[in-house]
Write a protein that binds this ligand. Structure first.
Ligand SMILES: Cc1cc2nc3c(=O)[nH]c(=O)nc-3n(C[C@H](O)[C@H](O)[C@H](O)COP(=O)(O)OP(=O)(O)OC[C@H]3O[C@@H](n4cnc5c(N)ncnc54)[C@H](O)[C@@H]3O)c2cc1C
Length: 467
């Protein structure tokens, strides 16, 4: 019988498969996508967040455990399991030589990304290169890989894994790692989770999915239906504001609109609704998806003037452009009078000091609600640009409860051979909020733990019983 069955084909699954194989287990990995789309959301990533006490190859300065932990505590508002969070943090300081051994290379961030050069290690070639390297290494080590094999359900005996079902095929194994992502690609489930708002809208109908279409949450639901302990809130997720013209799936990183902090953002009523300069963009980009989701029609518009051009990563598609506020409003379908009034009130409220986008500068508004607390420069230099924004969902946080061995729990009891890693359990560490790069830190840490534990459980079962 097969020792370890790994379900999923992204970072967490590959880390689990590699570790289980290295521990001497026979391993098969089932990926629901065709080969060209393998790698789930992991193929879209760029970096992972790493603890380090001193400079390490591409990482500058130090990012000690306590600082990483405080960052996580802050963004989650305390909705995190400290033990599991600290396991993730510590593992992030030691995983990179292992990743390197399996073909993953690192590079410094692009110039200008000062705030992440200390905390985040970037993959050379991005997540696609990372995933390809892991697949190559897994194949070379003898991991059996099957594409286009979506698993529909698990056959469990209490909390004990017996087999996985893919259509009519029953696949037995001594232990199993579920690393099949969240439910972010399942539009029906998102609709159900977000419900209807006071205006009678179904906000999730206007969400775009930044990553893979294959994370339908089939196994998450199946596990919860079979009594796996649940963690997290179905409406909590990582969600950013992306170009409203992005494709429904797999738009990836290049659809992000990164000029929010350099201008102002209005909703469909041409009114501002949040402080665009609250904090550095890497610390705030992940709140804007939710903010846009809360606006009428789930749409908003990021507005800048010519001064901002060159100060942010240019979007793939050009924005709408005009020389007057009224013309710009007409182009994007906003009320020209209300829009021009909103911008003029903002311009008049700007107290310009010394503009510096690399620090929390002293350019702010006075007497405006909501305020803009940093980088507030009047929009006075045409042309003016508008980018329509939609909520772009990255991944969901509802998951199964695990312990420090990545074991799935049923009624408070750990399974003896079923493990979970990556998005399907990320909610144990991320109850809400996000800090850049921690998704890959969680998947790498718990993927590796799950693989090791699954191999141990399988090999224990396989060993002859002592007389
Ligand atoms: C555009 C984008 C950019 C991102 N950038 C970063 C970043 O730079 N740093 C970071 O830390 N995080 C980033 N993230 C988040 C990151 O992608 C996830 O946290 C991480 O990839 C999760 O890994 P995973 O293995 O759990 O899930 P995935 O990589 O999504 O893998 C899940 C896998 O399961 C497969 N699957 C699903 N259902 C089944 C089934 N029933 N049967 C078989 N297989 C199934 C899928 O096909 C997929 O291969 C980004 C996400 C997106 C979308």
């Amino acid at each position: 019988m097969l020792d370890v069955l790994v379900i999923g084909g992204g970072n967490a699954a590959l880390c689990a498969a590699l570790m289980a194989r290295e521990a001497g287990a026979s391993v098969m990995l089932l990926e629901s996508s065709p080969k060209v789309w393998r790698g789930g959301n992991s193929q879209h990533t760029r970096n992972l967040r790493c603890m380090h006490d001193a400079p390490q190859d591409v990482l500058v300065g130090a990012y000690p455990e306590e600082e990483f932990w405080q960052d996580l505590l802050k963004v989650t508002g305390g909705r995190t399991n400290e033990t599991l969070a600290r396991i993730t943090i510590r593992a992030s300081s030691t995983c990179r030589p292992w990743m390197h051994k399996h073909g993953v290379h690192f590079q410094p961030p692009l110039s200008g990304a000062l705030h992440v050069a200390r905390t985040n290690a970037f993959f050379l070639g991005g997540g696609k290169a990372l995933v390809n390297a892991y697949y190559r290494s897994a194949e070379a080590l003898g991991v059996k890989i099957r594409y286009e094999t979506p698993v529909d359900r698990l056959e469990l005996d209490g909390g004990h894994f017996r087999a996985a079902w893919a259509g009519k095929e029953r696949i037995e194994a001594r232990a199993c790692v579920v690393a099949a992502g969240g439910f972010e690609s399942n539009r029906e489930w998102l609709r159900e989770a977000w419900g209807q708002n006071a205006a009678g809208e179904w906000p999730a109908d206007n969400f775009l999915i930044r990553g893979t279409r294959f994370n339908q949450g089939v196994l998450l639901r199946n596990l919860l239906d079979q009594g796996a302990d649940r963690i997290g809130d179905p409406t909590q997720c990582h969600s950013v504001a992306i170009d409203a013209r992005s494709p429904l799936y797999d738009g990836g990183i290049c659809t992000r609109i990164d000029c929010v902090s350099l201008g102002l953002v209005v909703n469909r009523d041409a009114r501002r609704f949040y402080d665009e300069g609250e904090d550095f963009w890497p610390k705030r980009y992940a709140i804007w998806g939710r903010l846009v989701a809360q606006q009428p029609g789930q749409i908003a518009y990021s507005i800048i003037d010519r001064k901002a051009v060159g100060r942010f990563m240019p979007p793939v598609f050009k924005g709408d452009q005009a020389n007057t506020f009224e013309d710009l409003a007409a182009q994007v379908g906003l009320d020209p009078v209300v829009f021009a009034t909103t911008v003029r009130e903002y311009n008049q409220a700007c107290k310009v000091g010394h503009f510096d986008h690399q620090i929390l500068d002293d350019c702010h508004t006075d007497g405006l609600t909501p305020p803009k607390t940093h980088w507030a420069l009047p929009l006075d230099t045409p042309p003016f640009y508008a980018y329509a924004l939609r909520p772009g969902i990255t991944f969901t946080y509802l998951g199964v409860r695990v312990d420090e061995h990545a074991t799935v729990h049923f009624g408070g009891q750990p399974s003896d051979n079923l493990y979970a890693a990556g998005e399907v359990m990320a909610g144990n560490v991320l109850g809400q909020g996000y800090t850049a790069g921690v998704g890959m830190s969680i998947g790498t840490a718990f993927g590796r733990i799950a693989g090791t534990q699954a191999a141990q459980a399988a090999l224990k079962q396989a060993a002859p019983v002592a007389a």
